[in-house]
Design a protein around this ligand. Sequence first.
Ligand code: PEP
Ligand code: CO
Length: 405
Amino acid sequence: MNPNHTAAATGPFAAQQPDWPDPDALRSVADELATLPALVAAEECDRLRERLAAVARGEALLLQGGDCAESLAEVGPDTTTAKYRTLTLMAAVISEAAELPVVRLGRIAGQFAKPRSNPTELHEGIELPSYRGDMVNSPAFTAAARTPDPNRLRRVYDASAETLGHLSELTAADGGEFWTSHEALVLEYERALCRTTAAGRYASSGHLLWIGERTRQPDSAHVDFAARVRNPIAVKLGPSSTPDDTLRLIDRLDPDREPGRLTFISRMGAGTVRDTLPDLVAKVAASGAEVAWICDPVHGNTVSSPTGHKTRRLDDVLNEIKGFLEVHRSLGTHPGGFHLELTGDHVTECVGGTYEVRFEDLPNRYETVCDPRLNLGQSLDVAFALAAMYTASPVADRGTTWAAA
Ligand code: PEP
Ligand code: CO
């Protein structure tokens, strides 16, 4: 039985929760997690909130990126270093061009749970629960692999601790700051890792937590959870977002109008961003709230290749970025940064780029367990395109010169 089916009596409805087969086993893992050390410290979350306040004021940019879903089997110094280096290179290129500091934020050390459009998957007459990320089950299409296993929550905690250790070695070596983030999706995990300090209650699973497109209803359990912690919070806003819901999210998540507390991640799709985003940004600006706006140019641009691979075209990614910048520049608001799915490896999951990946190349190194990621070369293509867009005159006056970058 899914314990959330009974949640209506005790609190708001939690969508996208696994159907844990054994609530007692889940409870005992959650009780154990509650006794373990915080993964990140409250003071670090506060410092990130200060950095994001600078983004909201237009004095800095945010670069958030990493895997769609981390894989427990791949956690280790090599994958961490590859993602860290990719984000660091991109941040350096963008910072130089925009003449602004860039806040580096990984989708890392906790990004192990995925929302799904369908709770089950059907193959050759067999129906099994969908893969929901390594925090919940495993991608192989067998009943055993797809059964949600609460022991995975503990494995995710250990893997996240290990990655945080690698990240602190990397930041010690380059002297910079690097922050962690993930989607706050599996509420049993997130609640078990909340810690109360003198400064208030914090989620200790990562520095910034975001709420995804499928769980962002202002009265959802996920928004309720985020409203009760002091961490910086981000919310994805897709094309169906209304100004009314967006303003309600501000009231729920940032009642004190604290710059740096709330970031909106626009993920509209290249074809619609110029139509759907202006009204939201204008109404939020008119409300007086000081939020940061960043652009996720990947989740609204997922397509199927002729080979049946889930992929994204780099041209669409760049087009959505360009639209996002146009909208902010025409309104006089700050295009505060970018959210990308990327890896530091030479995978072939997205198409396009200077070292072009074509549809027929996708099977060569298609390794993601969830959405397609930009490879190292494609990530740097995005960084150089962004550098051109942030240099000198506003993008609207630059015609299409960015496309040649
Ligand atoms: C994601 O970030 O991997 C994701 C599922 O995004 P969204 O909630 O925007 O669809
Ligand atoms: Co994704």
